[in-house]
Design a protein around this ligand. Structure first.
Ligand SMILES: *Cc1c(COP(=O)(O)O)cnc(C)c1O
Length: 364
């Protein structure tokens, strides 16, 4: 019998999503860096990206790229969080490329590459207003690019890139992409040669691509979310683009087991304080309703908004660390203890579930 909770990964559906997304990007002259971090860096997912035409494997976590490399993936590894100085020896050994946004880190990376007898490829990030990583000032970006090109012999300046829609919620509009392209031109002018990589962002930067508004210079996107959640998450991050309807939202499915079924009041009885998370919760009295209690909780998936029950008529009404309460009053099927309820998953839930030691992953 399957151990529960179970997280089911359907590789056929995942590869179908990857082929579709890589196809869209390639048609627009864009190569895909396949981002694996949301799956906790499953090596099998990196292999799928490789089989489906990605040109890099990318993660913000070095140990995930180590695992992908050790499992036999041949693609260049791209570190997409600015490396910690403390991890540079491993980073330079494992990764062929890294995103960089800080002069002192760049300098230390150069020294480490020279020590290792390697030339490490860097993509300098520019911050176009989302206010996370990146050189904020265009002149500083150009100066550091020129310095990297002329002085840092352990590094190869592969290109520049940006990240949007993470901290500042800034959308990857045509204007932002054109700004990135113009920065690339300024760098190319300063160093006197073309850059190989202009990295326009993450899944959300597919929007200007769909609208055929992407400047021709942008030739890399770092894609995670789209291939794992399809239309489910991208109804949020890409504002309901219908293009995503071509993708499956059932790549990952969570199976949780019912441990109690009962009709109970919907309004708690007694003097109300705070709930399991220490918050003052609000309850609506809807009379007595049938509910199922599931043996899974927020410790496993994070937020109840990120799990979507597939059982018609059911609704997640609450959860604590280890329990989830499902309203099943309007369901046609009769649940009992031992039955399984299946959920589609948004981005954050996949991230939590793949790293929960209580959840067993099954791959098909
Ligand atoms: C996580 C991440 C991505 C991928 O984002 P998705 O929304 O999952 O496509 C791309 N670039 C950077 C720098 C990231 O940290």
């Amino acid at each position: 019998m399957k151990k529960r909770p179970a997280l089911i990964l359907d590789h056929e559906k995942l590869r179908s999503n990857m082929r579709t997304v890589v196809g869209w990007c390639n048609d627009a002259g864009i190569d895909v860096a396949g981002v694996i971090k949301v799956t906790g860096g499953m090596a099998s997912v990196a292999k799928d990206y490789e089989a489906c035409g990605a040109k890099w494997i990318a993660s913000s976590r070095l140990e995930q790229l180590v695992r992908a490399r050790d499992s036999g993936v041949d693609l260049p590894m791209l570190m997409i969080r600015i490396p910690m100085i403390s991890e540079l020896p491993d980073m330079v050994r494992v990764c062929d490329y890294s995103l960089q946004s800080e002069y002192s880190v760049l300098k230390a990376t150069d020294e480490e590459a020279i020590r290792a007898g390697k030339v490490h490829n860097v993509i300098l990030m520019t911050d176009l207003g989302d206010l996370r990583e990146g050189f904020f000032d265009k002149d500083e970006l150009v100066d550091v690019a020129k310095y990297t090109e002329d002085v840092l012999s352990g590094l190869h300046l592969a290109g520049i890139g940006t990240n949007l829609g993470c901290y500042g919620s800034v959308m990857p509009t045509r204007e932002k992409m054109e700004q990135l392209a113009s920065y690339a031109e300024a760098v190319e002018e300063a160093i006197g040669r073309p850059l190989e990589v202009i990295s326009g962002g993450a899944t959300s930067s597919m929007m200007p691509m769909f609208d055929k508004e992407m400047p021709a210079k942008i030739n890399m996107l770092r894609v995670g979310s789209a291939v794992f959640t399809g239309p489910l998450e991208d109804s949020r991050t890409c504002y309901g683009r219908t293009e995503f309807d071509a993708l499956s939202d059932e790549v990952f499915i969570l199976e949780a087991e019912v441990i109690e079924v009962a009709a109970k009041p919907t309004y708690p009885i007694g003097q109300l304080g705070v709930d399991a998370t220490g918050h003052k919760a609000h309850y609506t009295d809807r009379g007595s309703r049938k509910r199922a209690l599931l043996a899974i909780g927020r410790a496993d998936y994070g937020d109840i908004g990120d799990i979507v029950p597939q059982l018609p008529g059911s609704e997640v009404i609450g959860a604590s660390g280890d329990h989830t309460i499902l309203d099943i009053e309007d369901c046609k099927v009769h649940l009992k203890a031992g039955d399984v309820v299946r959920f589609k998953l948004r981005y954050s839930a996949i991230m939590y579930l793949t790293s929960s030691e209580n959840v067993t992953i099954y791959e098909s």
